[in-house]
Design a protein around this ligand. Structure first.
Ligand code: AMP
Ligand code: GLY
Length: 429
């Protein structure tokens, strides 16, 4: 392998964790992050180009002879960064603009699933407010309303009754709070069960599965409070046993990859369905066209295989020649967020105690941080993802919480959940 110089696009904990893992490969000599954070600048070099500025990213990659680019967030994928880089002869990991529609359009994803019998909630879709309203007036509740396009995770509402549903519909289609993303909307059946994140790498034909993981989307303990980008994650999920993994691979992953190929939409990259474990088996809630954040943090802690070889096999079409090996045991990531997040919050709080962590089984993946006068300060909603490895989930939980607070890592007004990974001890449905 001669992929010495790597460019990672994005600035979150996910990108820090991917860079941390890639850095362990002897073939990697330099990693650039665009735009990165204070943590990524310690393991590589930050470049001041935003992840959606795909033309400047191309120019940077050409001028700096980047051997391989890895895309973290969905926005540049949906804008067509992979098509642009490939057209210019550059190696890049991620699906094409067309294949990214699996995340960028919920209607595209739902129609694909329906056509190829991939289990998911029953649905209808509408492009007209009055017709959607008419449907909602006679529908059974609860139900779920989703904007078709990208809304940074905020375009979905589980509606308990008619009043709530019509209010949300108005916000989407009349007040246009998410602009064109809600030109069309989906109304779907409300499913119940535990949610699981299931990521695979695929070359469009074969795939390799990461350990199943679980995110914690709500701000507060016991899944209360508003939705966030994710307040913590852990892997593996004990109740997603080998049999259930096989079922997910057979009924969801394999048919989705082959459906996309049949639709002339070859999918190469990371495919990540959000899955709900219902009484009638696992069903897809949504597809993402990238690694999850914060699930990637525990997954990178658990991964034994060389990440660079795995990523390159996506482009070479040789995923079938690779294997993903994981440590036994478990990893837990707890996100420390700025007080007020996901609404307004203050930036600039100094972060204390980062150099107190000496245990090799604890890594602080940084997200919304920046360096200011030689200090690391909070610069976003989700600030840090403290991630532990332990011989089991209990040990990993204990280890991570021991270093959160004034005896370890902290900043003023930080907020975090105290129950990350407790779902591991629940029953699956
Ligand atoms: P999505 O962006 O489609 O994954 O939706 C965000 C969140 O809304 C999911 O993580 C679920 O908690 C919830 N959700 C989405 N679709 C459904 C559904 N059909 N039934 C119940 N909850 C859902
Ligand atoms: N953890 C949720 C996401 O990455 O979309």
């Amino acid at each position: 392998m001669k992929e010495n110089t790597i460019l990672i696009i994005g600035s979150g904990g996910r990108e820090h964790a991917l860079g941390w893992k890639l850095k362990q490969s002897s073939n990697v000599s330099q990693i650039f992050f665009a735009p990165g954070n204070a943590g990524t600048n310690q393991i590589g070099k930050n470049i001041n180009i935003q992840s959606e500025n795909i033309n400047d990213l191309l120019k940077f990659a050409q001028e700096n002879k980047i051997d391989l680019t890895l895309v973290g967030p969905e926005a540049p994928l949906v804008l067509g960064i992979v098509d642009l880089f490939k057209k210019n002869g550059l190696k890049i990991i991620g699906p094409s603009k067309k294949a990214s529609l699996i995340e960028a359009s919920k209607i595209f994803a739902k129609q694909l699933m329906k056509k190829y019998h991939i289990p998911s909630a029953d649905f209808m879709y509408f492009a007209d407010f009055n017709q959607a309203k008419k449907y909602l007036l006679c529908a059974k509740y609860p139900l779920v309303i989703k904007a078709d396009g990208l809304c940074a995770g905020k375009g979905v509402m589980v509606c308990k009754n008619k009043k709530q549903a019509i209010k949300f519909l108005k916000q989407l289609m009349v007040n246009r709070i998410f602009g064109q993303s809600a030109n069309r909307i989906v109304i779907e059946e409300c499913l119940t069960g535990q949610e699981v994140s299931f990521m695979v790498v695929t070359d469009g034909k074969n795939f390799l599965s990461f350990l199943p993981s679980q995110d914690h989307k709500r701000l507060k303990d016991k899944d209360l409070g508003p939705n966030t980008g994710g307040m913590g994650a852990y892997a593996p999920v004990p109740f997603v046993n080998k049999k259930l993994i096989k079922e997910i691979e057979k009924n969801i992953i394999a048919p989705t990859i082959s459906a996309l190929a049949k639709e002339n939409c070859l999918y190469q990259g990371i495919l990540y369905p959000g899955i709900i474990l219902t009484a009638n088996g696992p069903k897809v809630l949504e597809f993402n066209c990238r690694f999850g954040d914060p699930e990637t943090q525990p997954l990178m802690m658990m991964l034994k295989s060389n990440l660079l070889s795995i990523l390159l096999s996506i482009i070479k079409g040789s995923v079938n020649e690779q294997k993903l090996f994981f440590k036994s045991g478990a990893s837990v990531c707890v996100v420390l967020a700025s007080g007020g997040y996901p609404e307004d919050y203050k930036k600039g709080e100094e972060i204390y105690g980062l150099n107190k962590i000496k245990d090799k089984n604890l890594v602080v993946f940084q997200a919304g941080t920046k360096e200011e006068n030689r200090k690391v300060v909070a610069n976003g909603g989700r600030v840090l993802g403290i991630t532990s490895y332990g011989k089991n989930i209990k040990e990993a939980i204990k280890k991570v919480y021991q270093v959160i607070g004034k005896q370890g890592v902290w900043f003023n007004k930080m907020t975090y959940r105290k129950d990350i990974a407790q779902k591991a001890f629940l029953k699956k449905i």
